[in-house]
Design a protein around this ligand. Structure first.
Ligand code: NAD
Length: 251
């Protein structure tokens, strides 16, 4: 895929850490000018500096429509075009089951993951380039239930619904939109406490064993954004080493 995105402009949210950071670096390696957007501006600036002169940092709170719009306006003001948007910022929190989850936690999880993705989609759709691509990060928990964090699972299911519902709007601009649904990935989102919480019986049931890496997920986001995936839109691509294909009550 060397040079796949030469001349293209890519926006990545959640770029300060984990999957977003890995994807921002890979988009740049493939020739894109990259905008690293995050609530953590210092983190986004550090990733942009690591990438070099073809990257810039943008501060965004995806939970705000106005902030999403300002982010997209900043990209257009600086680069004049937007070809790829990887709307990936998300929040898991300390997992809260049905018995303990409170209103504030539910609202925060939905605001960042679901409303945040919708705000990004709304801001990007009117300006995405012909032939452009949007990839949003849902989760394996957006395809099956996740009893340890039902708010997160509901928000991620909602993201899959958004993708299916927005296909026509993007197709009208000659652009595509897809979701990715990773299983467990080793990033700061999944803290040591969460890893410890995961049923020790669950991971051995993953046919390829263990958790995925940010790199695994970034490569799928890149491929879905590329012309090689030009006939794929409206899909929710699971990448979980077949965890969901086996019997596993805990993700
Ligand atoms: P991470 O914590 O390493 O990165 C998430 C990034 O999102 C951080 O840089 C954070 O500052 C940013 N962010 C949080 N709230 C924000 C907001 N309101 N506005 C802008 N940026 C904000 O986590 P990650 O694992 O790289 O997660 C990336 C995406 O992948 C998330 O949507 C997450 O739900 C999803 N995901 C992760 C896993 C996993 O196991 N790590 C599995 C499935 C899906």
């Amino acid at each position: 895929m060397a040079g796949t995105f030469a001349g293209k402009v890519a926006l990545v949210t959640g770029a300060a850490s984990g999957i977003g950071r890995a994807a921002a670096i890979r988009f740049a390696q493939e020739g894109a000018r990259v905008f690293c957007a995050d609530l953590n501006l210092a983190g986004a600036q550090a990733v942009a500096a690591e990438i070099g002169s073809n990257a810039s940092a943008v501060e965004v709170d995806v939970a705000s429509y106005a902030s999403n719009q300002a982010m997209v306006d900043a990209v257009l003001a600086q680069a004049g075009q937007l070809d790829i948007a990887f709307l990936n910022a998300g929040f898991y929190g300390a997992a809260e089951g049905l018995d303990t989850v409170d209103e504030a936690f539910f609202d925060k999880v939905v605001a960042i993951n679901l409303k945040g993705t919708f705000g990004g989609i709304k801001a990007v759709q009117p300006v995405i380039a012909q032939g452009g691509a949007v990839v949003v990060t849902a989760s394996a928990a957006g395809v099956v239930g996740h009893p340890a964090n039902p708010a997160y699972s509901a928000a991620k299911h909602g993201i899959v619904g958004l993708v299916k519902s927005c296909v026509d709007a993007f197709a009208a601009r000659g652009a595509r939109i897809n979701a990715i649904c990773p299983g467990g990935v080793e990033t700061p989102l999944i803290g040591a406490a969460d890893v410890a919480m995961i049923d020790p019986q669950a991971l051995p049931r993953v046919p390829l064993r263990g958790m995925g890496s940010a790199q695994h997920v970034a490569e799928v986001a890149l491929w879905l954004s590329s012309p090689a995936a030009g006939f794929i839109t409206g899909q929710a691509q699971v990448l979980d080493a077949a965890l969901l294909s086996t019997f596993a009550p805990v993700i």
